[in-house]
Design a protein around this ligand. Sequence first.
Ligand code: SAH
Length: 243
Amino acid sequence: MGIVYLTGAGPGDIDLLTVKALRVIRKADVIIYDRLANPDILAEAKDGCEFIYVGKEDSHHTLPQEEINEVIYQSALKYGTVVRLKGGDPLVFGRGGEEGLYLHEREIKFEFIPGITSAIAVPEYAGIPVTHRGITVSFRVVTGHESRKARSQIPWENYKTDDTIIFLMGLHNLDKITKKLIEIGKPKDHPVAVISRGTRPDEKTVIGTLEDIYEKAKDLPTPALIVVGEVVRLHEQLSWFEK
Ligand code: SAH
């Protein structure tokens, strides 16, 4: 029986892969990956390594999680070193916890290998620090996906604070998210950034306010994330990668 590495691939830029991740990728007998992981990473695998693609970003085209779990499990029965490669960090909206539980229940050995999460690194490449002395002392990373549901589990009332709020998987709900934040009392001119394809050569940042960001950013290509907060204003001076 093999060992499974539930591995973070980082946000896109291949140089943001960790040394530990690179080590197991070079050793892997099989790599199970999805769309968010930069496919150039696969070139690091050894000859004869098998690749299994398990789906695209943004859930609607993904293999059901149960099937992915089973693919990982079956691979562990067949191979010595299994790498399950996921965009960003495997445990930040990555469902790595579910995969770990599935393996635990079947007594398969596994390890988590943290990855650089897009939630922090993508704003950073856009010159937006998620915390900044004198501006904000905390940040939250929130799913922008579930606000589509009739009854949201997001405690919107808690979001009146000055925290930086980073929404992942939220571009298709941008309109709803901004309206909701205005509804709970944030000013209409509160700064918002949408960053598309962060840390990749075609990264693009669009800056706006809660009122106008939807019209400005709705057609950006995915993956994209949303940053809400005063720190967004620093983009003007700190933007470096897109220059
Ligand atoms: N585990 C991942 C997040 C998975 S959820 C991580 O830690 O980064 C997928 C969401 O992450 C996307 O919908 C998007 O909001 C965000 N995302 C991932 N990579 C991104 C990138 N390169 N640029 C912008 N957003 C990205």
